[in-house]
Structure formats: C-alpha cells, structure tokens
Design a protein around this ligand. Sequence first.
Ligand SMILES: CC(C)(COP(=O)(O)OP(=O)(O)OC[C@H]1O[C@@H](n2cnc3c(N)ncnc32)[C@H](O)[C@@H]1OP(=O)(O)O)[C@@H](O)C(=O)NCCC(=O)NCCS
Length: 244
Amino acid sequence: MHWEEPGRLPALGKDEVHVWRASLDIAPESIRRALTVLSANERRRADRFRFSVHGDRFIAARAVLRGLLGHYLELPPSAVPLSAGPTGRPVLPSGLRDGGVEFNLTHSGDRTVIAVARGRAVGVDLERMRRGVAHERLADRFFTPSEADALRDVPPAVRPIAFFACWTRKEAFLKATGTGLQHGLPHALRGFAVTVSPFEPPEIRQFSGGARRWSLIDLDVGAGYAGALAIEGNARMRLFEWVG
Ligand SMILES: CC(C)(COP(=O)(O)OP(=O)(O)OC[C@H]1O[C@@H](n2cnc3c(N)ncnc32)[C@H](O)[C@@H]1OP(=O)(O)O)[C@@H](O)C(=O)NCCC(=O)NCCS
C-alpha cells in the first residue's frame, strides 16, 4: 500500500474515500500551534488526560482532523463545527453532512488515521499490535462464536495478527454503522461477524442490515499496526500521508 504525500490537498470526488495517516509524535511548539485551532471543549478535554503525552496526541489528532475537514469544507480549521453525536462520535451538523462530508478518526500509539468520504458512512480503526494480549480470552468475550472458532483454527504463529485483523475489521464496521452501540459494546459486537484470517479478504457476514451494502478493507498503516476501513457501498480508496 502506498501512502502518497500530495503536493497540495486533493479534491474529494463523490465516489472516493480519502484515508489519511499522520504521526502524533510532534514537537511541543507544534502542539502549542495545534491548540490554537481547537474548540474550548476540545481544549478542556485535552487538559483532562492523566498523562500529558495522551493529551498532546489528542490535540495533534484533532488539529489534523480540523485541518483536513477545513480543507474539504472550505473553512478555517478552527471554524469546523464539530460536535459529539449521541454515542460520542464526532459529527458535523446535518446540513453539512447531507450528501456532504462524512469522516471517522482512529488513533493508537503515536499514529492516527482519518477517513473522509462524501455522502456515505465510513468507519476506521487502528490498533498497535501489543504483545501479551490474551487473544483467546478477548475473542471469547467480544467476538461471535464463529469468529472465536475461526481464530482458534488459525496457526498459532499467525494468531496474534489474525486477532488484530478481526478486531480492527469489527471496530471499523461498528464505527461506520454505530449499530447497536446504544445497547452496549458487547451486544453491538455480536450483531455481525467478519472474516478472521488475515489471509482471507475482509468481509462482513451475518449482518441483518445487509452486509452487501458495505465494503471492508484492511489498511497497511506500518509495521506493528493493524488497521481497517469500513465504507458504505464501493468507493475508490486513496491513501495520503499528512505532513502538516
Ligand atoms: C469509542 C469506540 C467507537 C472506539 O474506540 P477505540 O477503538 O478504543 O478508539 P479509536 O481510536 O479507534 O476511536 C476513537 C475515536 O473514534 C471517534 N469516535 C468516538 N465515538 C465514536 C462512535 N460512537 N462511533 C464512531 N466513532 C467514534 C472519535 O474520533 C474518537 O477519537 P477522539 O475521542 O480522540 O476524538 C468504541 O467502539 C469503543 O469503546 N471501543 C472499545 C474497544 C473494544 O472493546 N473493542 C472491541 C473490538 S472487537
């Protein structure tokens, strides 16, 4: 997968999804600059992180998000009217969303990935593949029985990768649809299944809302990370590197 460094910010076509990758490991003076585009609510939230590194990463990710949305909406980054939806999802007002810009953001470790599309729901998830994760126990808790069985069928050497592939595929879909989140995460996660093996094409299965309406794509975000994108319908994916 090639992440393009565009000379100028690209226009977003109706049948495209732009996926941006950015580093959140930025210098203190850049954090101070990033803070100036955040809303008062976002600044308060940044202050509440127990560890300043997490607050700084939140600030950096929100500044990239505002920079990108500002470009697509033709607004200054500080004027992008972000608010929180009922399940905590950052959203734009419906007037701007209608046939307009949809987005989702994920962060893990020192990276963020932001997906932006027009008039179609999108969800993205990124996970740093930490060592020492109790894959089977978590699979029994969060995956469907068929997914947990499929994980056990994968050769042990590949199991950690399969676990994170399944996890990010599920999260990306959940973040795109929000389906069932109001009844709690475990309920939502069992409302559909995905393919588990990293060697199988990512696919939604057993979804009562019509799995065929959705595309699921694995993202190669870099060594040590798993990532996935879920998007309504089919869209041409373009990958970009945010360099600030
Ligand atoms: C909040 C949640 C949507 C994603 O959380 P996550 O995977 O821990 O974190 P991510 O970095 O991928 O996503 C967080 C970002 O998604 C966005 N987001 C928040 N709530 C969201 C929602 N309901 N729907 C979509 N996106 C949401 C926000 O931009 C948030 O970042 P911010 O708070 O810095 O702005 C939710 O699914 C959750 O709590 N997951 C817990 C993880 C888990 O147990 N997963 C089991 C997987 S099998």
